[in-house]
Design a protein around this ligand. Structure first.
Ligand code: ADP
Length: 603
């Protein structure tokens, strides 16, 4: 849906429309972030364009004077102009270049942050799509490395104006004195631009390949030096496999670069040969013109300088045009990513305060890009304050049921209703705020204990401390020198603590309780615990939840005794539904069997 479509779109779109869309996207943002860049670039271009004309115009005057009157005053003035004006303009040009470099860093920071924000705002289901991850990588590398960012795509645009000024000036001088030179240079420029065009195509092709490789590199080079993989790598001897994979990707990457330069080198040689031939022709033609008295020596030097500037500017102009297409092609991956269509439609309906009823009506679901229906015709109704236990073996569809309820995915069939209205109609953020789930693979951040619980909420200590006490972390936090301001993990703080598995679960539960959402969900965050410890956590949690709607998921039955209803999931359907008392009585029932098997833990 993502990258493949992207490639097709790019192929279909003309270079011009792609360039146009890229500038249309970036100009308003860049202008808002930093107007200074555009003013500085405009001045720099004027300065750079005027600079070569100082020598082109003044040098022939010096030669004429030397061959003619030899007026010392005039010669000194000409020499002074060349010695001061040229270097001064050159100095101003490079100083403005340095200013622009600083602006470049500002843009880089802005877009790096923008990309991170957009990634965090992506619809959840997109984040499980491999092609989406490739696209994020293409956007990141395309914007920061290959296109050179905002400076990279706008600088050539300004430089084109500068080159046009130079071309206009030199064409004027050459067409008056040596039109043939003008013609030959023009032909050479056209041939060179065709070669350059081919070079660019090779480079773009290589970029596409490398952006995939970079993602793999990112995984092996960065994620796996993360200490959290340390135990598994050592105990399962994964080191060799890691290194092997890393080396595999390195070889592939080197191969890709080599193949690129193998294709590009012969083209570079061809360009050099054409340029040398052009120079030989120019010198011969102008030399003969001087000897035959067609032009003076002063004009000869002026023509040599002007044709060299004209040629340089034409080459630059063509190069810049192609450079724009190339860089916009890279940066366009960012535009595509930024404009990526939402995976689920979002409504605008406001959710009324008060009690809520959630209902699944004939809901079926198949994960994107798969063909197995993991939920089939689910019907269930959850009233305000009701506590539902969802049990079933691994892979039965319990977590998927929760993902649908939290709208991380939309059903493939059927509908989910909140207070009788399809949840798609509600404002997405408002709907999400109804839920406080603790997933099995919950993540705590390398922030302080306090920030992990309240995030950026500005609250007094009272409420947070109450929750810390409720989840049983009071003693632990009080024993720490910095209390709730103690950092977790060692990523940013060498004194950061490494909480035990149980403590992490308690923190995650505290975070969910603090959210004050009307529906709380525990999705097996206790799977790593033994059944008795799990039972304790669920019992404790149930008393903390109070009158909220609660859903407990487990493949053990620890949570069931506290719940009003139990839904037994099996192979994507709700096999049994009822109270604990009803279900244990069912002859040959799945629940009754599971309960019998696990009874030793709960009696
Ligand atoms: P449970 O929570 O009961 O263990 P899940 O809801 O996690 O079960 O999974 C149900 C089925 O859906 C399993 O077969 C699982 O492999 C599959 N599944 C889960 N997540 C995904 C996904 N992101 N993409 C494709 N299939 C998935």
């Amino acid at each position: 849906m993502f990258n493949k479509k992207n490639k097709e779109d790019k192929n279909k779109e003309s270079a011009f429309s792609l360039v146009q869309k890229t500038y249309k996207y970036f100009f308003p943002v860049a202008w808002r972030v930093n107007k200074g860049f555009f003013f500085v670039s405009a001045i720099k271009i004027l300065v750079d364009a005027i600079q070569p004309f100082v020598a082109i115009i003044v040098s022939p005057l010096i030669i004429s004077e030397l061959l003619g009157d030899r007026d010392l005053n005039k010669l000194l003035i000409y020499a002074a102009i060349i010695a001061t004006v040229g270097p001064l303009l050159s100095f101003i040009g490079s100083w403005l270049g340095v200013v622009n470099q600083k602006y470049g860093e500002k843009f880089d920071n802005y877009f790096t942050e923008d990309l991170s924000r957009k990634v965090m705002e992506l619809d959840f289901q997109v984040t499980e799509d491999k092609r989406a991850l490739d696209q994020v990588e293409a956007a990141r590398t395309g914007m920061s490395w290959y296109s050179g960012g905002v400076v990279g795509i706008f600088s050539p645009l300004f430089e084109i104006i500068g080159q046009i000024i130079k071309i206009f000036g030199t064409v004027l001088l050459i067409s008056i004195n040596a039109p043939l030179i003008f013609l030959v240079t023009l032909i050479v420029v056209i041939i060179n631009s065709l070669i350059q065009n081919k070079q660019n195509k090779i480079e773009i092709e290589s970029f596409k390949n490398l952006s995939k490789l970079n993602r793999a590199f990112g995984y092996y080079g960065w994620q796996l030096t993360d200490f959290k993989y340390g135990k598994d790598i050592r105990l399962y001897g994964a080191k060799e496999l890691m290194i092997e994979r890393w080396e595999g990707y390195t070889d592939e990457s080197i191969g890709s670069w080599k193949s690129k330069s193998d294709k590009q080198h012969p083209l570079e040689h061809l360009t050099n040969i054409i340029n040398v031939s052009r120079d030989i022709f120019s010198y011969l033609y102008l030399g003969i013109s001087v000897l035959s008295g067609g032009i003076s020596i002063a004009v000869f030097t002026q023509m040599i300088a002007a044709s060299s500037t004209f040629n340089g500017s034409m080459v630059s102009l063509i190069y810049l045009l192609q450079d724009i297409v190339k860089k916009c092609n890279y940066a366009y991956d960012y535009v595509k990513f930024a404009d990526y269509p939402a995976a689920i439609e979002k409504g605008s309906r406001h959710i009324e305060d008060g009690d809520h009823i959630i209902e699944f009506r004939n809901v079926s679901f198949t994960y994107p890009n798969t063909d197995v229906e993991v939920l089939k015709g689910i019907n269930v109704k959850l009233r305000q304050g009701e506590h539902l236990s969802v049990v079933g073996l691994n892979g039965a569809g319990k977590t998927t049921f929760i993902k649908l309820m939290c709208r991380l995915y939309d059903p493939t069939d059927g509908e989910i209703l909140l207070d009788g209205v399809n949840i798609k109609e509600y404002d997405y953020n408002e709907y999400m705020s109804l839920f406080a789930p603790v997933f099995q693979d919950f993540k705590l951040f390398a922030f302080s204990i306090r920030e992990n619980i309240v995030l950026d909420d500005e609250c007094g200590d009272g409420e947070m401390n109450k929750i810390i006490e409720q989840v049983g972390l009071k003693e632990k936090t009080e024993s720490l020198e910095k209390g709730t301001n103690t950092n977790l993990f060692k990523a940013f703080d060498e004194n950061g603590i490494e909480p035990s598995g149980g403590e992490q679960q308690k923190l995650a539960i505290a975070r969910a309780l603090y959210k004050k959402a009307p529906v709380v969900i525990l999705d097996e965050p206790t799977a790593a615990l033994d059944p008795v410890a799990e039972y304790d956590i669920y019992r404790q949690f149930d008393s903390l939840v109070g009158g909220k709607t609660a859903i407990y998921i487990s493949h053990r039955l620890s949570s069931c005794k506290f719940c009003d209803r139990i839904a037994v999931f099996s192979e994507g359907v709700i096999k049994e539904y009822g109270t604990h008392e009803e279900l244990v009585e069912l002859d040959g029932g799945v629940y009754a069997e599971m309960f019998k098997a696990q009874a030793q833990y709960y009696n």
